[in-house]
Ligand binder design. Structure first.
Ligand code: SAM
Length: 303
C-alpha cells in the first residue's frame, strides 16, 4: 500500500464532526480521563510554551490542553488532509492552533522550529516509534518534554477492532454480501437471492455486531428501496457504502498494526535513552481497573 493510500481512511475519518478516534464518542469517562492527562501536562508548561501534537487528527490533544491553558503556542501535524476548524462544530478555540495537514512526522523539519514539548495521542506509533526518533529528538529544545499515549496490544480498543475487521472482511469478500448487492443492482440476480445471502450471513457469521453488520443491513435496505425508483442513485449509494466500509477496515487494520507490546515499548525506552532522553515513566494506562487504554510514556530530552 502506498503512503497516499494509507492516508485515505484517515482523511475520510477526519472530514466529519468528531474529535476522538480511538475512544468511543459515548465513552465520556474515557475521554475525560485522556483530557485530564493533557490538561495536567499543559498546566506544567512554561508561559507561552511552544508545543506540537504529532498525528493530531481533529486536534483532541490541543483542545484538551486549551481547556486548561490559553497562553500556549500550539501546533498540530497530521499526514491526513485534516481541517479541524472546518469540520468540528462549536469549538472556535481550534482557530488558536496552527494545523499542518498532509505533513508526515518525519517532515517536521520543514517547520524549522524547536519545541518546548512534543505530544502524541495514539499517533506516533502509526508512523513507527523507531522510524521517528530522529524527527522527535531534533525538533525538541534541550530539556524539552515528551508525553505520548500509545496503543497497547492488549487494550480493549485493539481487541474489539480485531473482531470488527474480521466482520468487515467477511462482508467485503468477493462473494460476500456487499458484492451480492451490486449483482442485484446489475439485475444479475433476483431479490430472493440477495435476501437469502443476507440471511446466510446472519446465520453463519460468528462476528455479528450492531455497529458494523447492523449498519450495513440498514444501508442495504435503503439501497434496495431506492432501486425501485432510482437505479443509478442506488448504485451510487452502494459504491459509497463499499468505499466507507473499506476505508474503515483499513483504518482499523492500521490501528491494530500500530499497537505495541511490552517488549516493543521497552525497546523504545532504550532507544530514547540512547538518543539523549531521560525516560521519566512508562506505564500501562487504565480507564478503570480492567479497562486498558494504552501505554503512557513521559520523557525529557537531557542533551
Ligand atoms: C488514531 S489517529 C489519532 C489522532 C489524534 N491524535 C487523536 O487522538 O484523536 C492516528 C493519526 O495518525 C496519523 N498518521 C499516521 N501516520 C502518520 C505519519 N507518518 N505522519 C503524520 N501523521 C500520521 C493518521 O493520519 C491519523 O490521523
Amino acid at each position: 500500500m502506498t503512503v497516499e493510500e494509507k492516508e485515505i481512511p484517515w482523511s475520510v475519518y477526519w472530514a466529519a464532526d468528531r474529535i476522538h478516534s480511538c475512544v468511543a464518542e459515548d465513552q465520556q469517562n474515557d475521554q475525560g480521563l485522556l483530557n485530564k492527562v493533557w490538561q495536567d501536562f499543559a498546566k506544567k508548561a512554561v508561559s507561552g510554551a511552544q508545543m506540537i501534537d504529532l498525528a493530531t487528527g481533529n486536534g483532541a490533544v490541543p483542545l484538551a490542553m486549551l481547556s486548561a491553558r490559553t497562553d500556549l503556542d500550539l501546533s498540530g501535524i497530521d499526514r491526513a488532509s485534516i481541517d479541524p476548524s472546518k469540520y468540528v462544530s462549536d469549538r472556535p478555540e481550534l482557530k488558536q492552533v496552527k494545523f499542518y495537514p498532509n505533513t508526515d512526522i518525519n517532515d517536521l523539519g520543514i517547520l524549522d522550529k524547536r519545541f518546548d514539548a512534543v505530544t502524541s495521542q495514539f499517533g506516533i506509533e502509526y508512523a513507527g516509534l523507531h522510524e521517528t526518533i530522529g524527527a522527535v529528538s531534533s525538533n525538541l529544545k534541550s530539556l524539552g518534554e515528551l508525553l505520548f499515549l500509545i496503543h497497547h496490544d492488549q487494550s480493549n480498543v485493539i481487541t474489539s477492532s480485531k473482531s470488527k475487521v474480521t466482520e468487515m472482511k467477511e462482508l467485503l469478500e468477493p462473494n460476500g454480501l456487499v458484492e451480492t448487492v451490486f449483482s442485484f443492482l446489475r439485475r444479475e440476480i433476483e431479490f430472493s437471492v440477495l435476501e437469502s445471502s443476507g440471511q446466510g450471513f446472519l446465520d453463519n457469521s460468528a462476528n455479528y455486531s450492531e455497529a458494523v453488520t447492523g449498519q450495513i443491513f440498514s444501508a442495504i435496505e435503503q439501497i434496495v428501496n431506492t432501486a425501485q425508483t432510482n437505479l443509478s442513485g442506488s448504485l451510487e449509494m452502494a459504491k459509497t457504502v463499499k468505499f466507507k466500509l473499506s476505508a474503515e477496515k483499513q483504518r482499523l487494520e492500521q490501528m491494530i498494526q500500530s499497537a505495541q507490546s511490552k517488549e516493543e515499548m521497552n525497546s523504545y525506552k532504550n532507544l530514547l535513552e540512547g538518543n539523549g532522553f531521560v525516560v521519566k515513566s512508562l506505564e500501562p494506562f487504565y480507564a478503570d481497573d480492567d479497562y486498558l487504554l494504552g501505554w503512557l510514556l513521559s520523557a525529557r530530552l537531557d542533551s
